[in-house]
Design a protein around this ligand. Structure first.
Ligand code: FAD
Length: 476
């Protein structure tokens, strides 16, 4: 049965805190980039909140959470809504907690920034620039995504080639998290406790303040290197990733024909048929990168941003906006039949497996690799572009990847577990018991909470009853 919430009573309790109830605007704010997945597009199209609430201070967040707790109204936190798996979508309605207006950058000091959750990553970098610093890593959505949303929903990105992922020790320094109780508490998480809330989709607390590490800033130089084969590009990307002396922020490999077909503004730069490596290197590392590249057979430097003419640079997106999930976005804009996968390849035989997979699937699964650090070792994450035909075929492609030894992080699922390690994260679950005893924060995203007996080995998808009920109600 669909639950309805006493929104009038909720509004009376929160007083003058900014709200939006225009159904069109509420629905707009109830989405993210879920539509990258044809499966999620079908499942989540109808999802909408009942009300968007935009607090401007921690005190206002506390008022909202206390009122929602009292009336049993679900609350789904949202930053900029650039997540990919319906992460910030209120599956069973209720309040969409829009945190983007809590965006003050509170302090910049050597090695660290303290900010409210809605601060945009690009604004943090701008604020840190006068001190010669910048964030260690950002998603390719740097220009639009918030620091709170990145930490609650992201995994890593531009910078992960040097610094690893968001969940690695040291890549978040401190979080202030508010609980969903009758009298919300603020908890300060540091050290190992950070794992409770990092990449938990806001299911076990609302992040109200972030402390993140900063590193030395550079005028990063975009370099594009072309190859006649994907295998050669992948091998070069991996070898470049292992060059510890070359200071870099990005190493991305994209298989032909994607670069010339989908990177529309780079058509004059990238010839047809070329697979490419997109790199960002520090200005003082450019000479070393060229010396490293020169002897590599078949490698041709196609573009160096610091040497390009002003006219060439006009309107040209930076390399990082061709990488990570921007690669998929650019492909989707040209060919709406494209979707994607998230893969991790084994460290020991990554290159040979990537080559085999490329050979088997050809144009149906176009190669896209991000070279990153895992626990001190350089490895491959894959975001291959898949030509979608049917949901059954998509599943078959994922099964074949797993059968060959590649690990799939399914981007066509809205739950933490199915998009991740397919098992309960006991730390996050225990924290939710403490911080959200009524299960009102971002319902439906943590299987361990909704259905502790769920059997991952049965091969069935988790279907959140609250979502199904809202879907039926939307049809009536
Ligand atoms: P939202 O989408 O608004 O929220 C993300 C999750 O965090 C949701 O579950 C939400 O409920 C929760 N949340 C938001 N704010 C809070 C808060 N204050 N407290 C508690 N929970 C909160 N991701 C990467 O990791 N790396 C990439 O390189 C990358 N590239 C991308 C490229 C494109 C083109 C797109 C569309 C997405 C990409 N993403 C990437 C995914 C996404 O952009 C990032 O994870 C981004 O950082 C999310 O930030 P946001 O402010 O949009 O968060």
């Amino acid at each position: 049965m669909t639950k309805t919430y006493d929104i009038a009573a909720f509004r009376a309790l929160i007083g003058a805190i900014k709200c939006e109830d225009n159904p069109v605007l509420v629905k707009q704010k109830s989405r993210d980039f879920y539509w990258y997945s044809p499966v999620l597009k079908r499942e989540l199209e109808h999802v909408t909140a009942d009300l968007v609430v935009s607090p401007r201070s921690e005190a206002e967040v506390a008022t909202v959470l206390a009122a929602a707790h009292k009336l049993g109204v679900p609350v789904t936190p949202r930053g900029a809504g650039t997540g990919n798996y319906g992460q910030a979508m209120p599956l069973t309605g209720g309040v969409l907690l829009n945190l983007i207006e809590m965006n003050t950058i509170l302090d910049i000091s050597p090695g660290r920034v303290v900010a409210e959750p809605g601060a945009l990553l690009i604004d943090i970098d701008k604020a840190a620039a006068p001190s010669g610093q910048e964030l260690r890593m950002f998603p390719s959505t740097r220009a639009t995504a918030s620091i709170g949303g990145f930490i609650a929903g992201g995994s890593g990105g531009v910078g992960s080639i040097t610094w690893g992922g968001l969940r690695d020790f040291g890549n978040v320094l401190r979080l202030r998290v508010m609980t969903m109780e009758s009298e919300p508490r603020t908890l300060e998480l540091t050290g190992a406790d950070l794992h409770k809330a990092v990449h938990a989709y806001g299911t076990n607390g609302v992040i109200t303040e972030v402390e993140a590490p900063l590193t030395a800033a550079y005028d990063w130089v975009d370099v594009i290197v072309g190859f006649d084969s994907f295998d050669a590009a992948a091998a070069y990307g991996y070898a470049l990733g292992q060059q510890d002396g070359i200071l870099k922020k990005l190493v991305t490999v994209v298989a032909a024909p994607a670069p010339s077909r989908y990177f529309l503004r780079h058509r004059a730069i990238i010839p047809e048929g070329k697979s490419v490596v997109l790199a960002m290197v520090a200005p003082h590392a450019l000479d070393a990168l060229e010396a490293f590249t020169r002897p590599v057979r078949g490698a041709g430097i196609l573009f160096v941003s610091s040497r390009a003419a002003k006219d060439t640079l006009t309107g040209l997106p930076p390399n990082y906006e061709l990488a990570w999930n921007h690669t998929t976005l650019r492909a989707l804009r040209v060919d709406p039949a494209i979707t994607y996968l998230q893969i991790r390849y084994p460290e020991d035989r990554g290159l040979s497996l990537i080559s085999r997979i490329h050979e088997i699937f050809r144009d149906e699964v176009l190669g896209h690799l991000e070279i990153i650090r895992f626990n001190g070792r350089v490895g491959f994450a894959g975001l291959p572009m898949v030509r979608f035909s049917t949901e059954e075929r998509l599943q078959e492609i994922m099964n074949e990847h797993e059968a060959m030894g590649a690990m799939v992080f399914n981007p066509h699922r809205y739950t933490l577990e199915e998009g991740g390690m397919k098992q309960t994260d006991a730390t996050q679950l225990a924290f939710k018991r403490e911080t959200d005893p009524q299960g009102l924060l971002n319902p439906g995203k943590m299987i361990a909470w909704e259905d502790p007996a769920f059997d991952y080995s049965a091969g069935k998808n988790f279907l959140f009853p609250g979502l199904e009920a809202r879907a039926l109600a939307a049809q009536v």
